[in-house]
Structures are given as C-alpha cells and as structure tokens.
Write a protein that binds this ligand. Structure first.
Ligand code: PDD
Length: 297
C-alpha cells in the first residue's frame, strides 16, 4: 500500500510530502484538522466535517482560504490519486486526514508574519478494527491527565495540538487499555483521547454535554440522531466515575471506529463484562443507516 498526500497544491507519495520546519503547524501545533473515512470509496458525512473544520479554524482565528467546493475537489483528487496507484487497487476504503495550519512564518507567535495557511490531505488505507473488538469489547482506563480547560485549548477545537491527548492515550496504553477516559477540570467525565463516550443505565443512554469540555464528535451527533428510530431514550448529562463504573453498558464513538463496546474500566467489568443489547442495537442501526446513505443511486 502507498499513502498519497496533497501538500499545498501538489499530490504525491509520502517521500514528496514535505512541509517547512518554519510552518507554525510544526513549530507550535497551530492548526486544525479533520478525520473522515470513506464507505464505498466515498467520504462519509463530509459536509459535517467541513463545517467543524471551519468552526475549529474560526476559534483560533485561522483563515481557511478555500471554499467548501475547493476543499471537496482537493479531497476527491487526492483520494482518486490514491485509488489509481497500482499498489492500492485492492484497498476498499480510506482514512482521510485534512489539516490546515497557520503556515510558514518567523519563529514568533505573531500570525501576521505567516504567509498562506498550509493545506495537507493525507489519504491512507482505512485499517478497521478487528471484528473481535466489536464482538467482545475493549478495556478503557480513567487516566490522570485532565481534558483541556475550555479556557485553555478549548476541546471544541479539533486542534493539531494533540500533546494532551497523546499523553492521556499513552497512560492508558501503559495500563493495557484500548483508550483513555479523561475527566475535565471539575472531575466530571469528558471523553476518550480519540473518541466520545456513552453509558447505558436501565435502558437509558447518557453522554456528557458539550459543556463538560469535549469535542462535538460527528459520530456522537449521528448516534444521538439515531436514538429515536432505534427506540433508545437518550440524554446529555454530567457523568462522574461512579456512573461509568456502575453502568450496565458503555461504548465509545468516532468516525473511524464507529461504535466500540467498552466492557471493562480499569479492573472492573462494565455490566456483565460483555457488550450489551443497547450498544448492539445502536451499532446495527448505525451500519444500517450508513448503508442507506452510501448506497449507489
Ligand atoms: N478523532 N473526541 C476526540 C478527542 C477525538 O479526537 C475524536 C475523533 C472524537 C470523535 O469525533 P468524530 O466522531 O467526529 O470522529 C472525539 C479522530 C477520529 C482522530 O483524531 O483520528
């Protein structure tokens, strides 16, 4: 397999995908990004991702000098180049990471010294999770790293500055967990390092509200929309450790992972330690809806 990358107007392989060391994205993590996956080789919920990319950019006063149509074209061209590559013919679906950074400037924090923002689009094969993960679920660890205070790097910004998330994930990996659960500065549960979090108690689905300081996940929103049709009552409510530890079921959501059952929190099983019926119902509804939305017309 060969990854294909667009960098500021040029599409090429990994070797050609270079960016200046003076880009403020590299120097300071000043930039925003989105991760989209394809189904049937077409980006899923792409408009929602574009909207969030613009919201994130606005929140760091970063101008995105491309129209939505332009961005869609560039993603389409890069994805097409990926599938045309002889090494990639057998790839079914791809992971697409779109990054916009402040651009190249002096080594100082003044954005007015930067030229054009940089645009990078990375397309690589989508490596889905093994079926086993959906069947048996995963373990998460409640970590000591605290999710950013909204007055720091607001978690609503899908920022390239991911050190806090990386540290949280690495703490979880050291403890043998699939992902980390981060609390906010008030000690409430916020989300995972790379996904949103839900719990089920007595048939009711609950996820923390955005005010708890978390990314407004596209998959989170999509799952909330699926709930009425799947007959699952849902609310957004503050969650604490005890709510997760005493839940009947729990799962995490993200664009690339869909809905992953959580069956263990640190050393404690969630419910009976197996993926539960509400999680299974929502995963089924999710995949069904994806099929409907991506079916050829
Ligand atoms: N991350 N929370 C965080 C901190 C995330 O990084 C992500 C996604 C999510 C889920 O968002 P969505 O449903 O829009 O994918 C929640 C992507 C997948 C990533 O960084 O790779």
């Amino acid at each position: 397999m060969a990854i294909v990358v667009y960098v500021n107007g040029r599409i090429g392989g990994e070797q050609d995908a270079v960016i200046s060391v003076l880009d403020h994205g590299f120097l300071y993590g000043e930039g925003v990004y989105e991760v989209v996956r394809t189904y049937d080789r077409r980006p899923f919920l792409f408009e929602r991702h574009l909207q969030r990319l613009r919201r994130s950019a606005q929140m760091i006063a970063l101008d995105v000098p491309f129209s939505d149509a332009d961005l869609a074209d560039k993603v389409r061209e890069t994805t097409a180049a990926f599938f045309e590559h002889p090494d990639n013919r057998s790839v079914a679906d791809v992971y697409v990471r779109v990054l916009v950074t402040r651009g190249v400037g002096e080594i100082n924090y003044d954005p007015s010294c930067c030229g054009q923002p940089s645009l990078v689009i990375i397309v690589k094969p989508l490596v889905g999770l093994p079926a086993d993960v959906y069947e048996h679920g995963v373990k998460v660890a409640i970590v000591s790293i605290v999710r950013n205070h909204p007055c720091s790097i607001n978690p609503l910004i899908k920022s390239n500055n991911l050190l806090n998330n990386a540290l949280a994930a690495q703490e979880a990996y050291r403890r043998g967990a699939f992902d980390a659960v981060l609390r906010n500065y008030r000690g409430e549960i916020a989300e995972c390092s790379i996904a949103n979090l839900f719990v089920v108690k007595d048939g009711h689905l609950v996820t923390p509200p955005l005010e708890a300081g978390l990314l407004s996940g596209i998959t989170r929103g999509f799952v909330l929309e699926l709930c009425p049709g799947a007959d699952v009552p849902v609310e957004q409510k503050v969650l604490r450790d005890a709510d997760l530890l005493n839940a009947d079921e729990s799962f995490l959501t993200s664009s690339t992972q869909e809905i992953v059952p959580i069956v263990q929190v640190d050393d404690r099983p969630v419910g009976d330690g197996r993926p539960g019926p509400v999680t299974a119902r929502l995963l089924h509804a999710y995949r069904q809806r994806v099929r409907e939305m991506t079916a050829p017309v």
